[in-house]
Design a protein around this ligand. Sequence first.
Ligand code: 13P
Length: 252
Amino acid sequence: MSLRPYIVGNWKMNGLRSTMADARAIDRAAARYPAVDVGLAPPFTLVHAMAEAAQDSAVGGQDCHAKPNGAFTGDVSAPMLLDAGAGFVIVGHSERRAIHAEDDAAVRAKAEAALVAGLSVIVCVGETEAERDAGKAEAIVAGQLHGSVPQGEGAADRLSVAYEPVWAIGTGRVPSVDDVGAMHRSIRADLVKLYGAAGKGVRILYGGSVNAGNASELLAADEVGGALVGGASLTAENFAPIIHAAAMLVEG
Ligand code: 13P
């Protein structure tokens, strides 16, 4: 792994104030592995509390609006996330793309809004099972990437990309290490096309059923710079071994 590993937990619509103990325990685990960047993206309601409690991990949002403010009932903007203590935001998660009908242009607008606000951003891409079965996985992911990553001067500097095959999310199924490596190499080539040399510094995270048992081999795949973890990020018991696996890859 040539870049600093980045292990991010996406709590999705999980977490109450009563689960802050888990967030604190994850933050303590992060402190034990200084070679690894650790992030946690709780629901909006916990962003501020987590940011206040976190000392060795970054806190992020799971989505943001493309506009800084306005008449958008129920939405939260990137400057609001920053104000609440967030350092990053995830945009374009497949659950947002599917359930909230977000297209590539909407995801790009959110990513650019995040950067303007001063946040780092993780842009998610990934194919469905039908797309993979049809042999279109790399083309679909390349299309999403070209359509949804931020443009403009310095856009690559605070960008990470998460490759999350839709069929691997929450299913316990993961692609082979070879398939992960092939997709990550393809994403890297596209990032270099899009950003030139700066594209080499963008971390490409793998997401989809990452757990303590499979993290080491997934993190060791070609061009994998970290993991975006759902279910296994909800407790320190399950998440800390994934951070440990990333640390072992860089520290040996
Ligand atoms: P799981 O780790 O629960 O499969 O979720 C992955 C994910 O969607 C992270 O964003």
